[in-house]
Design a protein around this ligand. Structure first.
Ligand code: ZN
Length: 163
């Protein structure tokens, strides 16, 4: 599927709503999140003032390690998304000033009004990773088959006792 979503129609008012139902290939190149199989994206975008609102959900199967035994665990997750999007303003970009406010929660679109859908999906998955996963509730942890027994010379023991 297209990784970039054209939101220009919503931004300039020629479209009122955009519905996205896609299956996104999970070929993330970073190692923050491992996804098994495709990611289901079900989102609706609409215009609100000079912003575009996107809401919906993602479905994915996350591959993580069991917190106790480190075995692989496949964890299905559903992430509810509510994001605001705005075109990056070239005038305000790069002036070095940090303004805290509503803007911080706005997902930037590139200058043409295109949304990087894959990046949106990636960020939402990373933020919603299950913190602790277990392969099963009563996972006993790492099992070791190694048992070490020291052979103790009884004569040596006797000697120790005597000292
Ligand atoms: Zn385990």
């Amino acid at each position: 599927m297209a990784m970039k979503l054209d939101l220009t129609g919503l931004l300039n008012g020629t479209e009122s709503e955009l519905t996205v139902k896609e299956s996104l290939a999970a070929d993330f190149t970073d190692d923050e999140v491992y996804v098994e199989g495709p990611i289901g994206v079900d989102m609706t975008f609409f215009k609100a003032g000079d912003l575009v609102i996107g809401k919906g959900r993602l479905n994915a199967t996350i591959r993580q390690s069991c917190s106790r035994c480190l075995n692989e665990v496949f964890q299905p997750v559903t992430v509810e998304i509510f994001e605001q999007f705005k075109k990056e303003n070239p005038a305000s970009a790069g002036n070095g000033e940090i303004e805290l406010g509503e803007e911080d929660f706005v997902f930037p679109l590139d200058g043409d009004g295109w949304l990087d859908l894959k990046e949106l999906v990636r960020q939402n998955l990373v933020l919603n990773l299950p913190e602790k996963v277990l392969c099963r509730k009563d996972c006993p942890g790492i099992k070791s088959d190694i048992t070490r027994k020291k052979k103790i010379d009884p004569r040596l023991e006797k000697l120790k006792e005597a000292l």
